[in-house]
Ligand binder design. Structure first.
Ligand code: FES
Length: 163
């Protein structure tokens, strides 16, 4: 084997190693940077005055997604469940079931969220009571500023992401 052929094979081997490293490294980098990307598509959004919500009750609220494209239409309006506990403690939940995403409904009489699709049931604190949902309802970060309730909304995690 002459030296130019050996040199070519050596360089070709380095090239193949680079391709293999890219194929393995890029998805890993995407996985590691996913939380940063999700955070970049979230913003603090007002959900109305604190006094709009009755203590001990769960109410449906809605906000406009700040990260939209013109063809989003009605889907840019995002509903969520707001629960107010004594002491101005708020829990705000995404409306989507964590099984396959159907909208859950709140039933005041039983104090449960129920999913119409496959019978998923959640307690008032969003934890799973029964059925197929693999995890609790997604809970928004909340803040109270100047008598108003704010949530960190926008892009919500998918089922393949940890919350
Ligand atoms: Fe809610 Fe299946 S989508 S239980």
């Amino acid at each position: 084997m002459n030296s130019s052929r050996r040199s070519f094979l050596f360089r070709f081997g380095i090239f193949l190693n680079g391709v293999a490293a890219s194929l393995i490294g890029i998805p890993i980098l995407g996985y590691l940077l996913a939380p940063v990307r999700t955070r970049a598509l979230q913003a603090w959004i007002p959900l109305g005055d604190v006094d709009d919500y009755e203590t001990g009750r769960t109410a449906l609220a809605e906000y406009e997604n700040p990260f939209t494209v013109p063809w989003d239409g009605e889907t840019a309006r995002i509903p969520c469940w707001v629960r107010r506990e004594p002491g101005d403690v708020f829990s705000v939940f995404a409306i989507n079931c964590t099984h396959l995403g159907c909208p859950v409904r709140w039933f005041e009489g039983s104090g449960l969220f129920m999913c119409p699709c496959h019978g998923g049931v959640y307690y008032a604190d969003g934890t799973v009571a029964s059925g197929p949902p693999p995890r609790p309802l997604y809970r928004y970060e909340t803040e109270i500023r100047d008598g108003r309730l704010w949530v960190r909304g926008g892009r919500l995690p998918t089922l393949s992401e940890s919350v």
